[in-house]
Design a protein around this ligand. Sequence first.
Ligand SMILES: [Zn+2]
Length: 190
Amino acid sequence: MGRKKQELWVRLMVLLTNGGRCVYCDYAESQVIDHVIPLKANGEDSWENLVPACEACNLGKSDKGLFAWVAELTYRDSASASGARPHGTNGLDWMREQLECAFDDVQARLVGVKAELDDEGRRNWFFDRHWHLSKNAEIWLWRGWADTDAAEARMNGYPKLPPPPPPPRMRITRAHLGQVLEPIPSDEAS
Ligand SMILES: [Zn+2]
């Protein structure tokens, strides 16, 4: 069972759950969709099994499975906060507690994401507005539109709305340091 590229509207719909943040670290902006149950572990390649993730967590989790990845995140966090960690056996108990808390937190967020995705009104909203976008359209451009619209629509129960205006055309320019993107003025021919 191979991985198929999800439609853009599906990716937007998933990326904007959990307040648009990565479901694992709950800190970074979501950048990619992740399979909660890895495909290699026979996870489904459909939205029921998709969550928003940042690139770092997506790469870090890879095919490890959820528990292993949350454990790794937690150990990393606790290593940087080593002042708070008791020594010896107490330290082990403390670590176990940290791990349980972290895992519960991630589970709660996963349940939240699932509830958002299960919301048929919400799904229809994303479909109605973005079904026509090609899979390869620039997701970061559309995300900007969808973010603003979704926040507004969420407050109104994801009503059916007319399609959004097209996103601005962007081009890459060389700035002082490296490459930057700038909008192309609408009166300029392509
Ligand atoms: Zn993350």
